[in-house]
Design a protein around this ligand. Structure first.
Ligand SMILES: Nc1nc(=O)c2c([nH]1)NC[C@@H]1CN(c3ccc(C(=O)N[C@@H](CCC(=O)O)C(=O)O)cc3)CN21
Ligand SMILES: O=c1ccn([C@H]2C[C@H](O)[C@@H](COP(=O)(O)O)O2)c(=O)[nH]1
Length: 283
């Protein structure tokens, strides 16, 4: 929790005001942040200085694992997070590749599970990783990349947290996740949960021990209309100790994640938090 608060404070102390053309808003911005989560010790990095809706964050990531490309499928899992980008961004609404209401296009999980090969067919990056790790193999290229510049024009948004690398030391699994752009009040609140969740769940289904997750962020920003709430409300609050994430032990395979798992298979223990804060969202 302290590393999150330190990053927020650093943006306020040292940030530069940068115009953003896509959203037509200014962002207070710093470059480079390194966050670390101890998944093995189950120190769940859930924000405590406001109420955090971790189930929606897990639902969103479960949608990526399943390769979903439609905001309605995310809603069914419990995440409304793609409604605005799929249906309210004027550039995407006018894009000939958009297949209709709720379509997100070839983003995130589509690339992760169904990367189109130039010579036909497709690559399932996640299945290869899970198969290797289950056999104790780390070929130093256990990389899940959502970043496909050749298909940016076919999706509603370029992926923000775009690359996840798994590494094995003995029977302990590590994850390094790389994020190019980070909405610290809203997005990071979810992304911290997702990086932790991803290592915890892949360790569980591959029979490995979870070690640490390393979360590397390039452009970390606060939108101009979020600044007052962050500076004068959230940062004035005292954090509580980290809660623990509890995962249904019956989840044993990638197929389980693809078929029957829901957000009800996850819960949190000892979560003490302050009141919610409704931050403005920029489409
Ligand atoms: N400007 C922007 N920021 C983001 O963080 C973001 C995007 N766009 N576009 C793509 C996804 C969608 N994400 C989102 C979208 C909405 C919330 C949000 O509204 N969160 C609320 C609670 C949501 C709920 O009740 O489930 C929050 O208070 O955290 C969070 C992340 C993260 N990403
Ligand atoms: O997982 C996510 C997804 C998105 N974001 C934020 C970061 C930016 O504020 C916007 C994306 O805008 P770009 O112009 O494409 O950078 O969404 C996030 O923090 N986490």
């Amino acid at each position: 929790m302290n590393q999150y608060l330190q990053l927020c404070q650093r943006i306020i102390n040292e940030g530069h005001w940068i115009e953003n053309e896509r959203t037509q808003k200014r962002c207070l911005t710093v470059i480079n942040a390194d966050l670390e989560y101890n998944v093995g010790a189950n120190e769940f990095p859930l924000i405590t200085t406001r109420k955090s809706f971790y189930k929606a964050a897990i639902a969103e990531f479960l949608g990526y694992i399943r390769g979903y490309d439609n905001a309605a499928d995310f809603r069914k899992l419990g995440a409304k997070t793609w409604d605005a980008n799929a249906n309210e961004n004027t550039a995407w609404l006018a894009n000939p590749h958009r297949k209709g209401e709720d379509d997100m296009g070839r983003v995130y999980g589509v690339q992760g599970r169904n990367w189109a090969k130039p010579d036909g067919g497709s690559i399932d990056q996640l299945k290869k990783i899970v198969d290797n790790l289950s056999r104790g193999i780390d070929d130093r290229g256990e990389i899940l990349s959502f970043y496909n510049p050749g298909e940016f024009h076919m999706g509603c948004l370029r992926p923000c947290m775009h690359t996840h690398t798994f590494s094995l030391l003995g029977d302990t699994l590590y994850l390094t996740s790389y994020q190019r752009s980070c909405d610290v009040p809203l997005g990071l609140n979810f992304n911290q949960v997702q990086v932790f969740f991803f290592l915890a769940i892949i360790a569980q289904i591959t029979g490995l021990k979870a070690g640490k997750a390393y979360h590397k962020i390039v452009n970390a920003h606060i939108y101009e209309d979020q600044l007052e709430l962050m500076r004068d409300v959230q940062l004035k609050r005292e954090p509580f100790p980290s809660p623990q994430l509890i995962i249904n032990p019956d989840i044993k395979s990638l197929e389980d994640l693809e078929t029957w798992v829901t957000v009800d298979d996850f819960s949190v223990e000892n979560y003490q938090c302050h009141d919610p804060i409704a931050y403005p969202f920029s489409v």
